[in-house]
Write a new protein. Structure first.
Length: 441
């Protein structure tokens, strides 16, 4: 069953708005069924929301007046907590959120909605709640002041997977590229199309967590809800504002986001913006060979990183607007890939689902213009083949590389087989997940 308390204290308003706590429960009376649904809908209202939730509270009160009182007290505390957050008084905000969780637990318990949070964990949960709300408060202010567009486009993908090619193509089609782009070089002669500032910021966060983009080790537990990550999100708002200037369709690309996108959940769940994820996928051996040529990354390290990056990117973007694009298909038919990207962005709803956020006036509409943008893709830039050389298979690591290659191939094929079926893709990858815990060290 969905943990309603955990979602609420993660400020996951979007998931709460979409979820139903009754799907896996035995049939109950219509009145009690309604009370639980009303409770979840009431909890899905962010403290900055202008929606009226009084009818949901009345729906809870029809079943259990005390539960409704507890939920009302929860909301009063969270409203005060949010006010303190806006005023940068995080100590008082923590106190209010701590009390809010206590009222929330009592209200959910009376409605028969189980929670896993223990009493001694409430202070820690309250701090996480404050960190998420603080990031949403900053995002709200940025939206009010038009520093950030209502829709963000992220290009996610492992290094050497075609992220630069797709982002460059999108820029030709009218999507907004950053003003502080990395300079092209022999590795990417047509440019990287990513922000130097965002790259440095992401690298800095990884360093603070004693990690690096090339590390296959997991990030520290709870990192996404920490104060450090809250400060990272704050800096990211400033950089996006400076490098995109509030323009429509800012297109953000940095392979490090495969590892860090979980840290943006308060934004994704805020319902203040709409996000679209474009995820190119390339044969893992081709990626590894390209990394070896470009940066000298060993095959075993590259395979581990490919598996980690693609799995984390897929898991973090579940439930959001996203499109996986085969690198080979991109090279063979860039026009079709571009149209898929445009359709994905067009389908995105506006903040809080009130209206379409993008009418797509920036992009060329006629076929010739799209073809010109798609011509940015150069088939000649694919120089690596899906072959493993004997030099890479030393006696020491041969067994590990064979197992890693087999798993990477299964992940790659599961994605390609389900490009048109998002749910089946997630299910197939979940089936492969147990094998990842058995990988050789």
């Amino acid at each position: 069953m969905t943990d309603v308390l955990l979602l609420t204290t993660s400020a996951a308003w979007r998931k709460l708005n979409q979820c139903s706590v009754l799907t896996s429960e035995p049939k109950e009376t219509e009145l009690r069924h309604g009370a639980k649904s009303h409770a979840v809908n009431y909890l899905s209202l962010a403290p900055y929301s202008t929606e009226d939730g009084s009818h949901h509270l009345e729906g809870v009160a029809n079943e259990d007046a005390i539960a409704a009182c507890n939920l009302a007290l929860y909301r009063a505390c969270i409203l005060y907590g949010y006010k303190h957050i806006v005023n940068k008084d995080f100590q008082k905000a923590h106190e209010e959120c701590h009390q809010a969780i206590i009222y929330l637990q009592k209200g959910l318990a009376r409605l028969g909605i189980p929670t896993k949070l223990k009493q001694h964990d409430i202070p820690t949960r309250a701090r996480c709640f404050v960190n998420s709300l603080a990031s949403q408060a900053e995002l709200q202010q940025a939206r009010i002041k038009h520093k950030i567009a209502s829709q963000l486009v992220f290009v996610l993908g492992m290094h050497r997977s075609g992220t630069s090619a797709i982002t460059g193509m999108l820029a030709q089609a009218g999507f907004t590229a950053p003003t502080d782009q990395m300079e092209a070089n022999i590795v990417n002669p047509k440019g990287f199309w990513e922000s130097v500032s965002i790259n440095k910021l992401n690298e800095g966060l990884l360093q603070q967590m004693e990690s690096h983009w090339s590390s296959s080790l997991p990030l520290p537990a709870g990192w996404s809800e920490s104060i450090t990550t809250r400060e990272w999100r704050s800096s990211l708002i400033r950089i996006i504002s400076e490098t995109f200037g509030g323009a429509k369709l800012p297109t953000i690309k940095d392979p490090r986001f495969c590892l860090l996108i979980f840290g943006l959940e308060p934004w994704l769940e805020s319902r203040l913006i709409e996000t679209s994820f474009i995820i190119p996928v390339r044969n893992p051996i081709e990626v590894c060979n390209s990394l070896l040529q470009a940066q000298g990354t060993e095959l075993e390290t590259a395979l581990r990183l490919w598996i980690k990056s693609i799995i984390m990117a897929e898991q973090a973007t579940r439930g959001y607007k996203r499109k996986f694009i085969s690198f080979d298909a991109l090279l063979q038919n860039p026009n079709f890939a571009l149209e898929e990207c445009i359709n994905l962005v067009k389908a995105a709803e506006g903040p809080e689902g009130k209206e379409k956020s993008i009418k797509y006036t920036n992009s060329p509409r006629n076929h010739d213009s799209l073809s010109e943008a798609a011509s940015f893709i150069d088939k000649g830039l694919k120089r690596q083949q899906a072959l493993t050389t004997d030099d890479a298979l030393t006696a020491i690591n041969k067994s590990r590389i064979i197992k890693l290659s087999a798993l990477a191939e299964k992940v790659y094929n599961a994605i390609l087989a389900n490009l048109a079926d998002d749910l089946e893709m997630s299910r197939s990858l979940d089936e492969l997940r147990p094998g990842m815990t058995e990988l050789p060290v």
